[in-house]
Design a protein around this ligand. Structure first.
Ligand SMILES: *Cc1c(COP(=O)(O)O)cnc(C)c1O
Length: 377
């Protein structure tokens, strides 16, 4: 039996990606610039409803340059979602700013607006707020934006896992000032590696900010014939080959979201009756991409998360724990954390991400459910 992945690359059956790559080869634009980059930079913001965008080498680079664009400097405080992948928080430290981690709530699994309110009381001079749409579940942007607007603080959404996720019909990543997307190998669409920063400010301002982001992403070269530098730059631009893959993948995004949602519904249907099991919250007013299907196992229930991971591993099937909260990470040990009843730690302890590969057949998913059900016998 074939290995079952957590979430693996899934190129279009039509071969769109290869057509765009071929075009790049035929025109010899094998560089971090060219038609695919320019077009992808128009197609993605058009698809999500953002004002302007810059194609970058990774989602991490997008978060990093969003922090710079928002004016975050050494010693500034940035409120960052606690329950996330370390790539959300690391760029805060690249800029020598200070992350303060904000707990989640059970309704969204993302940044708790109540904890955020309390964080503002403690750190009124905060420079930016970084919520995440974890596993494609939209954060409560309505309340987060209301709070941040009231305080006049910039919002950067980490939408690395939420391409194709909407809240009240609006795409995630377009509520705040900036949104960061990732096309890493296991994301809902992939370019092998890559990212996109979108800006949602009014048009003139958005274009100006993205121009500055492009400048930083291409080594901060001043407009002079010789190589003149007044600022530290980065090599963060997306390659034209990679952008070609992205353009092709964007065409099948809707299909991928549909399949991911089917996978989640299948687990709900076939595992929902097991004692102590519950599922990640799909809020009614949202349309989540269900990038990964995540379950919770009650602490007093008969089966522990690790039992599930090990049983699946024996069947050559991938699964993984929920992200370990940042305030529990040794590297962020000295950082402050605003808790909301330690929701992020509970979600981590009790959670399992089940295989959510869009190439998975119904037969394979049935086998996964059988293995899991076996633990309850
Ligand atoms: C994948 C991911 C990132 C980073 O994206 P890369 O393209 O891998 O740099 C950031 N935040 C979250 C929540 C992610 O899952």
């Amino acid at each position: 039996m074939a290995h079952i992945y957590l979430s693996s690359p899934h190129m279009s059956e039509e071969g769109y990606e290869q057509e765009y790559i071929k075009e790049a080869f035929d025109t010899n634009w094998i560089a971090p610039l060219g038609k695919n980059v320019n077009e992808f930079e128009k197609e993605l913001p058009a698809a999500v409803g953002a004002t302007a965008a810059t194609a970058l080498s990774s989602g991490t680079a997008a978060i990093h340059l969003a922090l710079k664009a928002a004016g975050v400097k050494e010693g500034d405080v940035v409120f960052c979602q606690d329950l996330t992948f370390s790539a959300t928080a690391n760029p805060i430290v690249y800029e020598k700013a200070i992350p303060v981690f904000i707990d989640s709530d059970y309704e969204t699994w993302n940044m708790s607006p109540d904890a955020l309110e309390r964080a503002f009381e403690k750190y009124p001079n905060v420079k930016a707020v970084l919520p995440v749409h974890l596993y494609g579940l939209p954060a409560n942007m309505e309340r987060i934006m209301e709070i941040c607007r009231r305080h006049g603080v910039a919002v950067i959404e980490d939408a690395a896992e939420s391409l194709g996720s909407y809240d009240h019909g609006q795409h995630t990543g377009t509520f705040g000032d900036y949104g960061a997307f990732s096309f890493n190998g296991n994301k809902i669409i992939t370019t092998s590696g890559g990212g996109m920063l979108v800006c949602n400010l009014e048009e003139e301002k958005a274009k100006e900010r993205m121009k500055k982001v492009l400048f930083w992403a291409t080594q901060a070269r001043e407009p002079a014939r010789h190589y003149e530098h007044k600022e530290i730059g980065y090599n963060y631009r997306m390659s034209n080959i990679v952008a070609g893959i992205g353009r092709g993948q964007l065409k099948v995004l809707k299909q991928r979201v549909e399949k991911k949602r089917q996978i989640f519904a299948y687990y709900q249907e076939h595992l929902g009756d097991l004692e102590g099991i519950s599922f990640m919250p799909l809020r009614e007013e949202t349309h989540a991409n269900c990038w990964l299907s995540v379950i919770q196992l009650a602490p007093d229930g008969p089966v522990r998360p690790l039992d599930v991971v090990i049983a699946l591993e024996k069947g050559d099937i991938d699964s993984r724990p929920v992200w370990k909260p940042m305030h529990l990470q040794p590297v962020f040990a000295g950082c402050d954390y605003i808790d909301n009843g330690n929701v992020s730690a509970a979600l981590f302890r009790q959670g399992v991400c089940l295989p959510s590969d869009t190439k998975m057949t119904e037969e394979e998913q049935s086998r996964i459910c059988e293995i899991i059900r076996g633990l309850w016998k």
